[in-house]
Ligand binder design. Structure first.
Ligand SMILES: C[S@@+](CC[C@H](N)C(=O)[O-])C[C@H]1O[C@@H](n2cnc3c(N)ncnc32)[C@H](O)[C@@H]1O
Length: 357
């Protein structure tokens, strides 16, 4: 909490920024009702922790609230903006995805050539930081660099390296941080939920130092196979599931495949040296290579555990009832366990530089 207290004195990224909450609240999912009703809860210690009073205290307290729907917990600050839950199960999935990305990429925390800047001491902004696992580990690796993570959900730890700071904020709001500030602005597994990627890129390029990098990575959830075990005509409930989720997310205002258009969008926003790395992320333990086999198992676990949380809001947006969703998920679970199809997804990492003046 000391970190958060210290941060309250510093200028926020947007006018609304509030410090993240203690980790103990991350386990409040046990408060969730099992019905489909919506309920908002508040962390009662909020204003005392923040050391603020009056309007500031009530604002701080409101960012610590959570919304419960259908037994799932969601962020309450800018409620409804992000379609997926923030409860413990979702946090574990995010941390497993983090481990999987590192395993798949050979331990890379970023692809942008900013190593020297971070070694020397720079500034990194992690948009949609989630549990903050990437930011915390980066902070450990580069103790001279300051890492700021922001998220709609107050689900970050408080015991973090001194150079890591978290805030509850909406990164799609205007930033009041100085321009030309960051060496790296990072967005992982989150572009699919950005309502206006163009506006975000324009904002990011303003706030990067000349020569600084923007980097975004997302999994492109199109099931592929190189050995013919899955063809376009193979019945595959997981493929149907993904296209329904994509339609639901579109109905909620964003594009799960936005990463495909990102290189052109970045060039259009003025970035130079835009590159894309594409990695094959297996689904299931079918690869012979032990490392990829492990990646495949992790991917399967992450997807299996997320089916309910990922589908609830997007499929409700298409008019599905919870019962229809549950019935459909039976076939999706079977498809996930089907080892006769050798499926992989592409993980796209796209990065580019703000031109030097
Ligand atoms: C799938 S998680 C990824 C977390 C983290 N980047 C990682 O890779 O471990 C996406 C996160 O983005 C956050 N998010 C989505 N839209 C946001 C916004 N407009 N402002 C702040 N956070 C946002 C969500 O709350 C969620 O925690």
């Amino acid at each position: 909490m000391l970190e958060a207290l210290r941060e309250t004195a510093k200028p926020p990224l947007t006018t609304n920024r509030s410090p993240a909450l203690p980790p103990s609240f991350a386990s409040a999912s046990s408060l969730a009702p099992s019905s489909n009703s919506t309920l908002t809860t508040t962390d009662s210690s909020a204003s005392a922790d923040a050391g603020t009073s009056g309007d500031a205290a009530s604002m701080t307290s409101s960012v610590r609230e959570h919304v419960f729907e259908g037994g799932l917990r969601y962020h309450a600050y800018r409620a409804g903006k992000y379609a997926f839950p923030n409860d413990e199960s979702e946090q574990i999935r995010d941390d497993l995805k983090h481990a999987n990305s590192l395993l798949l990429s050979g331990g890379k925390y970023f692809f942008s050539p900013v190593e020297d800047a971070l070694e020397a001491g720079g500034e990194v902004l992690d948009l949609g930081t989630g549990t903050g696992i990437w930011a915390v580990e980066l902070g450990d690796k580069y103790p001279k660099t300051k890492i700021t993570g922001i998220d709609l959900s107050p689900i970050q730890p408080t015991l973090v390296p001194e150079n890591v700071h978290f805030f509850v904020d909406d990164f799609e709001e205007e930033w009041i941080d100085p321009e030309d500030k960051y060496d790296l602005i990072h967005l992982r597994n989150t572009l699919h939920s950005v309502k206006d990627p163009q506006a975000l890129l324009e904002r990011a390029i303003r706030h990067l130092k000349p020569g600084g990098y923007f980097e975004a990575s997302d999994i492109c959830f199109i099931p592929r196979s190189d050995d013919g075990t899955l063809t376009p005509s193979t019945p595959y409930a997981l493929r149907d599931f993904i296209s329904y989720i994509a339609a639901g997310v579109r109905a909620l205002g964003s594009d799960v495949y936005a990463v495909l258009a990102l290189p052109d969008a970045m060039r259009g926003a003025g970035f130079a040296d835009v590159r894309r790395a594409t990695l094959k992320l297996p689904l299931g333990p079918w690869p012979r290579d032990p490392r990829l086999r492990c990646c495949g198992l992790l991917t399967r676990t992450v997807m299996m555990e997320g089916l309910r949380g990922v589908s609830a809001r997007p499929l409700a947006a298409l008019g599905w009832t919870p019962l229809q969703i549950e019935m459909f998920l039976v076939d999706v679970r079977k498809a996930l366990m089907d080892e006769s199809v050798h499926v992989y997804f592409e993980l796209h990492v796209v990065y580019g530089k703000k031109p030097e003046r």
